[in-house]
Design a protein around this ligand. Structure first.
Ligand code: HEM
Ligand SMILES: *[C@@H]1O[C@H](CO)[C@@H](O)[C@H](O)[C@H]1NC(C)=O
Ligand SMILES: CC(=O)N[C@H]1CO[C@H](CO)[C@@H](O)[C@@H]1O
Length: 537
């Protein structure tokens, strides 16, 4: 008895000392990391925001920055520090640090630096590779190869197709689902905007038109609709990362996610096979044609490496995903903002009427060609879209890493030049929301003022699509679609916030906070944005 009692005590001491030593090591590493950036002010927490638990808890000083920190803080922490670069250093599970940057010049240097100076931290992009390697989750030569294949697909010709498709989808909506209704209630704006954006990328990107009527029908040989499969996969990407394959059968939620991954894989494969079997591959101006040509030995020039089947699926998936969620969420926020600010909505309406006089309101298929050439003059619609992207950047932080010891130079709030040392391997985060709410670049940054985009504005301080070599390849695609949707909807309908009895007594500010509440998941999304569209007489 005594012997085993002793050994228990010994064990306890042993475990205790190991724990103490480990804590000491973590603490020393943490101190060393802070020293390496000369104690640049910022956040100090126990939990690193790369851990799942840190993101599940609410923001708690010294423990975790908490969920949604990426979005909620906007420019506040920079303003408090008086410097547009701050640090976030944590000690568990190991000492990690990241620099948040909201300064135009430093961001410009990073995104335009050649070679591998500030590469993407690819470990953060793992969830995006489940269907295969792809353009978003790659670096260096691999990325160059994908970009060369994908970029030409986003041509002027494709933009025209985007506009035609968008118009067709909207006219189809008005003529079928919304037909004969003076008032259309949409309980959550994304219920409207996600299908729109998905149909547009489906048709203009992948030659896969879906109509509003077919939308809910499950095709033969499938258990989920394409929309459901894609939606579940985007919601549950992280689940797949966290839950081991053998455990995916354990709960209903896991099983549904597993089914959605399998279903989507099957849909993508079918989409590709159907096109490979069709005669009309060449005369297509959509994105899939470019990918397919790169997967076809006969169409490759010498020295080009064929896109493998898995790379073909991986890139198709990423383009579908990148191509619809971001635009859909932006359109939802845009409707929400216009609903809250009827005077801006009226200005938009008057502008559309001036540019497209009554007879030519984009009301029917015959207006397509005219409308594309009208695009540059639809400046107010574009300004509303841009202002929405400034206020709600769907990608609120762009991660980079630092491959060499370096220094950044910037001016602080008092106009003094400051130099920040950044050791090799330190994580960097381009804080797009910090940049978009930085009063140095935007007057009255919290206000919704589309007209700021009609005058002079700082192009370097507007980075919803990132910038430099890794900037969004779908920017024009999204702008064309977004501007067109806003124009056609607002020319025919007014939009307002749905009245609900439980919110009858609220003030404007309360209402605004409620309907514009947003969460950052894969991309920034409204949590619940109920709207009413009323037909103009
Ligand atoms: C409002 C809409 C959109 C926003 C805010 C947006 C934003 C972004 C951002 C911030 C990046 C850089 C991501 C990073 O550094 O990891 C990016 C990259 C990318 N986006 Fe978009 N995007 C939008 C629409 C689209 C559309 C419609 C498509 C395609 C149809 C698309 C395809 C891509 C691709 C392929 C990349 C990777 C480019 C590369 O690494 O070379 N995006 N986007
Ligand atoms: C909106 O932003 C884009 C850049 O993302 C720019 O090309 C376009 O001109 C802007 N629209 C307006 C009206 O300023
Ligand atoms: C203020 C702000 O938006 N900070 C974010 C900057 O980026 C890091 C890393 O992604 C986020 O964790 C911060 O919340």
């Amino acid at each position: 008895m005594i012997v085993s009692g002793l050994s228990l005590a010994t064990l306890a001491i042993l475990v205790g000392s190991v724990a103490a030593l480990r804590s000491l090591k973590l603490f020393l590493d943490f101190r060393r990391l802070l020293g390496s950036i000369h104690h640049l002010p910022g956040y100090r927490t126990i939990l690193s925001s790369t851990t799942v638990i840190a993101n599940m808890l609410p923001p708690t000083p010294w423990l975790t920055l908490g969920h949604d920190c990426i979005w909620l803080l906007k420019h506040t922490p920079f303003a408090e520090g008086g410097l547009d670069i701050i640090s976030a250093v944590a000690c568990w599970p190991k000492a990690t640090g990241s620099l948040w940057i909201a300064d135009v010049n430093i961001i410009k240097d990073i995104v335009w630096s050649r070679g591998a100076r500030f590469p993407k931290p690819l470990d953060q992009y793992t969830p995006l590779t489940f269907f295969g390697r792809n353009i978003v989750a790659s670096e260096g030569d691999e990325w160059k190869r994908y970009r060369k294949i994908v970029a030409p697909a986003f041509s002027e010709r494709n933009n025209r197709l985007v506009l035609e498709t968008t118009m067709q989808i909207m006219v189809d909506l008005f003529d079928t689902v919304w037909a004969g209704r003076d008032e259309v209630v949409v309980n959550h704006a994304v219920d409207l905007t996600l299908p729109i954006a998905l149909f547009v990328i489906g048709a203009a990107g992948f030659g896969r038109p879906i109509s509003w009527k077919e939308d809910a029908v499950i095709p033969l040989g499938h258990q989920l609709t394409f929309k459901d499969a894609l939606h579940t996969v985007t919601q549950d990407l992280y689940l797949k990362l966290l839950v081991p394959t053998w455990a995916m059968g354990l709960t209903k939620r896991f099983r549904h996610a597993r089914l959605a991954f399998d279903e989507l894989h099957q849909y993508l494969t079918e989409m590709i096979q159907e096109r490979q079997g069709s005669q009309h591959q060449e005369d297509n101006s959509d994105i899939l044609s470019s990918l397919l040509a790169a997967n076809d030995d006969e169409k490759l020039s010498q020295g080009e490496v064929k896109l493998s089947d898995s790379e073909l699926i991986g890139n198709t998936f990423i383009l579908l995903l990148a191509g619809h969620e971001t635009t859909a969420h932006t359109l939802a926020f845009a409707f929400g903002l216009l609903a809250l600010y009827p005077e801006k909505q009226e200005e938009l309406y008057q502008h559309i009427k001036r540019v497209l006089p009554d007879g030519r309101l984009p009301s029917g298929l015959q207006c397509f060609r005219q409308t594309y050439d009208d695009m540059p003059s639809l400046a107010y619609s574009s300004a509303v879209f841009n202002e929405t992207l400034r206020i709600f950047p769907p990608v609120s932080t762009v991660p980079k890493s630092n491959a060499e010891d370096t220094t950044f130079t910037l001016t602080d709030a008092h106009g003094t030049k400051r130099t920040v040392a950044v050791p090799r391997g330190f994580a960097l985060a381009l804080n797009i929301s910090g940049l978009h709410y930085n009063p140095k670049y935007w007057e009255d940054p919290y206000a919704f003022k589309p007209e700021r985009f009609l005058g002079d504005w700082n192009r370097d301080a507007f980075l919803p699509f990132s910038s430099g070599y890794r900037a969004c390849v779908g920017r024009k695609f999204s702008e064309t679609e977004g501007t067109a949707v806003l124009t056609v909807v607002l020319s025919r309908y007014t939009v307002s916030v749905k009245d609900e009895p439980q919110f009858a007594g609220e003030t404007f500010e309360q209402r605004k906070t409620r309907v514009l509440d947003a969460r950052s998941r894969l991309t920034l999304a409204p949590t619940r944005l109920p709207l009413v569209f009323r037909r103009r007489i």
